[in-house]
Design a protein around this ligand. Structure first.
Ligand code: ADP
Ligand code: GLC
Length: 473
């Protein structure tokens, strides 16, 4: 059995701000089925410190960016977990990346510390465990392959996965020495990035292989609009870059396990789920009931909703929104709900249980993203027969078959796909949704297609296993 050290800043069920956590949390079980044993290294954020009591210390790092670091190991919630306890960096109130006043000022040092320890474990191993592969996720772990490369990889292979290139882990060049990076590598072909440092770029130039979370995003990343400054770095890696689509946890996301159960064969329970959802949100919707479950940010195209939802409501539709994020978008969603009482409703905040009831009860899920490396909610939508209405970008384009005369005639459509991400195209998509909903047989066929579409991890786990085998030396 091969061994993989996965290093990230988030992992379900321990700490989550987005889909990164779902993916990092799902990989160990998915890869176990492929003959790869995975341990996950996370920072011991304040809220995770109680777990340390049940874990054993396996590594001591006396000088870790201003304090002592200790790694604890143990099986928690079904995951072989390694926690980096470094109180001077992680024992704080607030989120993983920010506190009350914004981003933590020492994020470069905090995640350099995580990466430093990951590289050390990869190179030296633990008393009972020597990884064959280091798998780093996003900018927070970007320095791990760099430390491994610059200090001698000792035969351990490395993979860096890009979940979202919008976050690049920028730091001023003056931190080069403090971050323990070699001065000789500070040039445009390696660590230098617009005069400073980027931990994501460091990973992109040093990892043996690079993946991102969908085949379409892997292609999009080569273009400036999506690569966000790193397109040239990625292009230079050529065939080392591949897209492996995320899966979803089909046990956690299962319409047969919800309160009002239903299945692809017997969908009668969905009507009860819909009724309960309408009651919970205080809406009464004659046409299609759509949902949005999302971070409220520019990436997600949330700002387009106010210009298209009035027509959708006039056509009989309704919308329930669950999310939080940008204060201006939160205010816009509040106004939208206020303008359409009984048809549009909003819950601000993060609520996993409610999100399940929304996917179970709704007819459609809207994902109008400007870019979407993979996206998970459209896949929950497929699984629940809650038809996705998605922008043709990234993983959205790779997972949804848009309704068109041809796909409807062939009986394969699973949702509505629009392009480009603007209010005209989204408005048209919602008109199409209303028209499809008015034809119960067509709608039923699309629901059946959606629910039959595979969204689990099987195929992608095999792709990761193949990649690990290639980089393990
Ligand atoms: P991203 O990681 O860019 O936010 P993804 O679609 O990959 O986008 O993952 C988002 C994850 O977070 C999904 O599991 C989604 O259901 C969940 N999520 C987002 N906002 C909320 C919320 N307000 N309440 C509950 N779950 C949410
Ligand atoms: C990022 C992306 C999202 C992707 C997730 C997990 O947060 O924005 O599209 O699904 O990572 O890979």
């Amino acid at each position: 059995m091969g061994r993989v050290l996965s290093v990230a800043s988030e992992c379900v069920p321990f700490i989550k701000t987005g889909g990164l956590a779902d993916v990092v949390g799902a990989l160990p079980a998915a890869l176990a089925g492929q003959g790869w044993e995975m341990r996950v290294l996370l920072p011991a954020y304040r809220r995770l410190r109680p777990l340390l009591d049940e874990m054993v210390e396996v590594l001591h790092e006396p000088g870790l960016f201003g304090g002592v670091g200790r790694v604890f190991s143990g099986r928690q919630a079904g995951v072989d977990l390694l926690l980096l306890d470094a109180p001077h960096l992680f024992d704080r109130d607030g989120g993983p990346y920010n506190g009350p006043g914004g981003d933590w000022w020492d994020n470069p040092q905090r995640f350099a510390a995580l990466s430093w320890v990951a590289a050390r474990i990869a190179r030296e191993g633990l008393a009972d465990w020597q990884p064959d592969v280091l798998h780093a996720h996003d900018w927070q772990a970007g320095l791990a392959p760099a430390y491994l490369r610059y200090q001698g990889a000792g035969g351990v292979g490395s993979v860096l996965t890009i979940h979202n290139i919008a976050f690049q882990g920028w730091a001023p060049a003056s931190l080069l020495a403090e971050l323990r990076l070699p001065a000789a590598e500070f040039h445009p072909g390696a660590l230098e990035y617009y005069g400073g440092l980027s931990s994501l770029k460091a990973g992109l130039v040093t990892a043996d292989r690079i993946t991102t979370v969908s085949p379409t995003y892997a292609e999009e990343l080569l273009r400036p609009a999506f690569g966000m400054g790193l397109e040239g770095v990625i292009a230079a890696r050529g065939g080392d870059v591949t897209g492996i689509l995320n899966g979803v946890d089909t046990q956690a996301w299962n319409p047969e396990a919800e309160t009002h159960r239903y299945s692809a064969r017997d969908r009668s329970g969905k009507a009860a789920a819909r009724g309960a959802l309408c009651a919970e949100f205080g809406v009464d919707v004659p046409g299609p009931l759509a949902i949005v479950v999302s971070r409220l940010t520019d990436q997600k195209g949330i700002d387009l909703l106010p210009s298209v939802i009035p027509d959708f409501v006039a056509g009989g539709g309704g919308l329930c929104i669950l999310g939080s994020g940008d204060p201006a978008l939160e205010a816009a969603m509040r106004d939208l709900a206020k303008a359409h009482p009984g048809r549009v409703a909003l819950r601000l905040g993060y609520d996993e249980g409610l999100s399940h009831r929304m996917f179970a009860g709704a007819d459609a899920v809207l994902v109008p993203s400007r870019f979407e490396p993979c996206g998970l909610t459209q896949m929950y939508g497929l699984r629940y027969g809650t038809l996705p209405v998605v922008a043709a970008t990234g993983g959205l384009a790779d997972t949804v078959i848009g309704a068109s005369p041809a796909t409807l005639a062939a009986g394969v459509a699973t949702g509505v796909v629009f392009h480009p991400t603007d209010s005209i195209a989204l408005g048209q998509a919602l008109r199409k949704l209303l028209a499809l909903y008015a034809e119960p047989e067509v709608w039923a066929r699309m629901m059946a297609n959606a629910m039959a579409h595979p969204v689990g991890w099987e195929a992608s786990a095999a792709a990761y296993a193949k990649l690990y085998a290639e980089v393990a030396k």
